[in-house]
Ligand binder design. Structure first.
Ligand code: 2M8
Length: 437
């Protein structure tokens, strides 16, 4: 609660005060899921402010820049992207996984407000239409055009496709290393490629996919989950949910036929048509799809137990058994609460006992290390920024649903704070009046 309150900027929540001082797209969705437990009004505002910067073509930019924050506070900032939304807000030109319809639905479930759904539904539909119109390939899968669009920016899965990206030779100064030590962040070499790809996309008017075109399981799962959520929203609004259900089913089939390698879902390089043999936790997220064939789901759970040590608590973002794993560096192995939360959602109905263990693992990590950006999957040690918003938000959601029984009495600061409201039947009952609307 403290983290969410301190990171609130009046209309949105920054992911982290120092490292990420603007509004990020998928962060806002996860933050809304937590705020729905605390202040549904803030959850609605968070999503509506993000979609306020939606472009005419339907894309929801991955960063909406806060004009009050100096250019030098984040790189690459508004001058680099050089583009504004119709609303006038400076934004980036790329997108992130479309987890927002799910967040909108969860916000509505916490506090049914039809007016909110009325406002957001057409915008959520336009977000999906952008992806269909501009990013969908022949086999029905959607491509991302930059590692930052995956949300899992530095995954070892992107090493191979990034090798073919020419570096930019433009001078730039990284800001992230002012806040976080270099061995927990991407290398300079990775950054050069990120910048080269972003510059090429900018030069095409944010239209032409360049040297990086990947059909990523997580992104496509998010798209299908969004269609399921849109079906529910449409139903509430008295509209026909059927087209959304059909679209979700088609995407589930496309994912299963094209990206499942018999053990895990893999990204595919859309330029070569080849699967990228890797071991990312993104490959477990199809567990979220209700239409996933039972045998495929069972195999994925076996893989989670085997390659990702699901029973040990936290899920790593990349399998420790695979080349490229690094327990402390950004998306190359540490556990991230948002990915673990997504897999937890996918396990709850299928294997409740495994879901419970995963929830315990997330809560214990937060209790011991604080609401860090990422965690060593074996030791639970915290890495990256502190007071990270989606860690706070999703822990709040977990506490509300799962309770606090697993958190050890001798936790550090966060354990103390959580225990203050651990006995509440429902977190929202205890906290609603502590936070100004
Ligand atoms: C990280 O990405 C940004 C670039 O978008 C960065 O490193 O500067 C990623 O973890 C991304 O998934 C996340 O949305 C963002 C803000 O938390 O930080």
């Amino acid at each position: 609660m403290r983290v969410l309150v301190n990171n609130w900027d009046g209309g949105h929540t920054v992911p982290s005060r120092r490292l990420y001082p603007h509004q990020w797209s998928w962060d806002s969705a996860f933050i809304a899921i937590g705020n729905a437990r605390l202040s549904p009004r803030r959850a609605r505002t968070e999503l509506l402010s993000l979609f306020g910067a939606q472009w005419h073509d339907g894309r929801v930019p991955h960063i909406v820049f806060n004009p009050q924050v100096p250019e030098a506070a984040y790189f690459p900032g508004p001058a680099f992207w050089g583009v504004r939304a119709p609303s006038g807000s400076a934004t980036s030109g790329i997108v992130q996984p479309p987890v927002h319809a799910l967040a909108a639905w969860k916000t509505y479930e916490a506090d049914p407000d039809l007016g909110f759904l009325h406002r957001l539904y057409p915008r959520l539909v336009a977000q999906q239409e952008f992806l269909r119109a501009h990013r969908r390939g022949r086999d029905g899968l959607i491509s991302i055009v930059h590692p930052w669009e995956s949300g899992m920016d530095n995954s070892p899965a992107w090493d191979e496709p990034l090798r073919h990206v020419e570096t930019a030779n433009v001078g730039f100064v990284r800001k992230d290393l002012d806040a976080i030590c270099a061995d927990e962040r991407p290398t300079d070499d990775d950054y050069e490629r990120y910048i080269a790809l972003a510059l090429a996309y900018r030069e095409s008017g944010y239209l032409d996919a360049g040297d990086f075109q990947i059909e990523d399981p997580l992104f496509n799962v998010a798209y299908a989950v969004a269609e399921h959520a849109l079906a529910r929203i449409a139903h509430e609004l008295g509209l026909d949910p059927e087209p959304h259900e059909r679209e979700a089913a088609a995407m589930t089939a496309a994912l299963t036929h094209q990206l499942f390698d018999g053990a895990l879902f893999q990204p595919r390089d859309a330029r070569t048509g080849r699967l990228i043999r890797s071991a990312s936790v993104a490959g477990l997220t199809p567990l979220l799809l209700p239409g996933l064939p039972g045998k495929v789901a069972d195999t994925l759970i076996d893989t989670a137990l085997d390659l990702f040590s699901l029973k040990d608590g936290l899920l790593p973002s990349y399998s420790p058994a695979a080349a490229g794993f690094d327990a402390a560096r950004y998306w190359r192995g540490p556990s991230w609460i948002n990915l673990d939360w997504l897999v937890w959602q996918g396990l709850k109905d299928r294997r409740p006992e495994l879901a419970t263990g995963l929830a315990d693992g997330m809560l214990c990590a937060a209790a011991h290390a604080g609401l860090r950006e990422y965690f060593d999957p074996a030791t639970g040690r915290g890495h990256g920024s502190r007071d990270f918003s989606w860690s706070a938000a999703l822990v709040l959601d977990l506490v509300a649903e799962h309770g606090m029984k697993s958190v050890p009495a001798a936790g550090r600061d966060i354990g103390q704070e959580l225990r203050c409201f651990g006995e509440a039947d429902h977190v929202a009952d205890r906290v609603a009046d502590q936070v100004p609307a």
